[in-house]
Design a protein around this ligand. Sequence first.
Ligand code: ZN
Length: 186
Amino acid sequence: MPSYAVLPPLVAVLQAAHQAAEWHAPQRRKGEAAEPYINHLLEVASLVAEATQGNDANLIIAALLHDATEDCAIPNEDLVARFGPDVASLVAAVTDDKTLPKAERKRLQIDHAAHATPRTKILKLADKTSNLRALAASPPAGWATARKQEYLAWARAVVAGTRGASPWLEAQFDAAAGDAERAIGS
Ligand code: ZN
């Protein structure tokens, strides 16, 4: 028997959304508009839901919780206990090892994307799509053009490894990358 309660998918998704809102309550996005962080999590979850036509509740839950370990230090065992091993392993697959230097973490993301499962690829694609939409609409105030260009190139390199997982989501990413490129200029 799993220690977590097996709930109807709609109930489980909303519980995860509520939990994510509480965990990330003090956090804001990096952009000038400083939107509440939950906006990012809901956008990623919504992209995942549409890409999978609502048929993968655990992947939607993982999207809501994908930054909980990295940003809120929620241990993976807690995610297993509350949301089950499938959700916890999806979150672990998109969580950077913060003991590594930043450049190494960024390089590993490119590496890992290419070898990820199709579900993890969808999660990564949705996350990068949301981040590039934000870069176009509300870039961080302190970022020079070169830093924005570097971020865009890196996001494209990560997403290159996810090609084939969801053509619809790839199109969303490509549109966001194009908008970001135009917004950044040269
Ligand atoms: Zn994210």
